[in-house]
Write a protein that binds this ligand. Structure first.
Ligand code: PMP
Ligand code: GLN
Length: 380
């Protein structure tokens, strides 16, 4: 019964493995969501918004106070100047922003360059928008960007856009300035729109997050996407945004108005209340997650796994001898832990066949218990 645009995408890997965790009672280090709340001020602001009657449709573009706070955030953190009326569109999470961008920009048969492993929603959204993907792969252990391969993928009469994610899920890579310069040059050379997913912008431990839009000649061709979910540990709120030049944001808006129109009004108010006063929170969150990363990586190493230490995000990958998907399917029964096979994020899963992704956005006791279970000898 499912339309051909969705054929082959099946059930998301996160749904599958979170269900496996539920079924087996295993510790869920698969789907990336924190097990602690974000700042109390955020939660209080959402409650206050509900109590004070902010419970009806938001304006299509988003609650004005949130749009103003997003502009202020982009200016303060990155020196990007935006007009809150024309250059910002609030969405149901980064996911809707990306889907609306593709739906608003692509003609049937247009091609989009993805850098694999890529977040699972990208390929599906390209297909929903009638597009086709062209992929370039980052490979372990160093996840180096092959600029020549990227240039080749970007060349072609139907290539319209490049979808980048930095900091990057699932590798934990932060694209370097030199890599971003090379990507920017390719976008300019081939006149591509760049869609840059920066939801992990404040979860960086090593290296520096550079928004693609800040590079020469890139603001006018870049849509920057982010959301409250990762920055404030509220992944269930699904409050995100796309920012950029009015023409590109207009394309997002044109599609978004007929997807969901507007919503999440109290969460938008809460985001407005905290985005502006949050620099201390950003540092605290990154510090906490750095400790959790180190804790999990040490635990995985102690369990005899070959760990690829991430620079950012919620995730660390390990290299296993056999097939990562099989490893992940057996793991709950074998030792009561759920992880995600990173191969699922590649158009060609064989490239990521030996990779397994573990989330570390969990309390220290949970990470320690998972590590203890992983270190248990087989069959014990
Ligand atoms: N992009 C990336 C790279 C992600 O890892 C995620 C997962 N949360 C999202 C987008 C989705 O963001 P949101 O929940 O704001 O839709
Ligand atoms: N971004 C989260 C992850 O990569 C999952 C989001 C989802 O469930 N779609 O684990």
């Amino acid at each position: 019964m499912i339309a051909s645009r969705l054929a082959g995408f099946g059930t998301t890997i996160f749904t599958e493995f979170s269900a496996l965790a539920e079924r087996t009672g295993a510790i869920n280090l698969g789907q990336g969501f924190p097990d602690e709340d974000g700042p109390a001020a955020l939660l209080e602001a959402a409650s206050e918004a509900i109590r004070s009657g902010a419970n009806q449709y938001a304006p299509l573009a988003g609650v004005p106070a949130l749009r103003a706070a997003i502009c202020e955030h982009q200016r303060r953190c990155y020196g990007i100047e935006l007009d809150p009326d024309t250059d910002v569109q609030v969405t149901f999470g980064a996911t809707e922003a990306i889907a609306a961008a593709l739906l608003g920009l692509l003609e049937p048969g247009d091609e989009v360059v993805l850098i694999d492993p890529s977040y699972d929603a990208y390929a599906a959204a390209v297909s929903l928008a009638g597009g086709l993907r062209r992929t370039v792969a980052l490979r372990p252990p160093d996840w180096r960007l092959d600029v020549d391969a990227l240039r080749a993928a970007a060349a072609g009469p139907r290539v319209r856009a490049l979808l980048l994610n930095t900091p990057h899920n699932p590798t934990g890579k932060v694209f370097s300035r030199a890599e971003l310069e090379a990507i920017a040059a390719i976008c300019r050379e081939h006149d591509l729109v760049a869609i840059c997913d920066e939801v992990y912008e404040h979860l960086v431990f090593d290296g520096e997050h550079v928004p693609l839009a800040t590079l020469d000649g890139m603001f006018e061709r870049t849509l920057t996407v982010s959301s409250l979910g990762k920055t404030f540990s509220c992944t269930g709120w699904k409050t995100g945004w796309a920012t950029g030049p009015a023409g590109l944001v207009g394309a997002v808006r044109a599609a978004k108005q007929y997807l969901s129109f507007a919503g999440g009004t109290p969460f938008q108010h809460a985001g407005a209340a905290v985005l502006g006063m949050a620099d201390g929170w950003f540092d605290e969150l990154a510090g906490t997650l750095r400790e959790r990363r180190d804790r999990l990586c040490a635990g995985l190493e102690a369990a005899g796994l070959e760990v690829l230490v991430p620079q950012a995000t919620y995730f660390a990958n390990v290299l296993v001898d056999g097939d990562g998907a099989e490893f992940c399917r057996e793991l709950p029964e074998r030792c009561g832990v759920v992880a995600i096979p990173t191969g699922a994020f590649y158009a060609d899963p064989s490239i990521g066949r030996h990779l397994v992704r573990f989330a570390f956005c969990k309390r220290p006791g949970v990470i320690d218990e998972a590590a203890r279970r992983l270190a248990r000898p087989k069959g014990a």
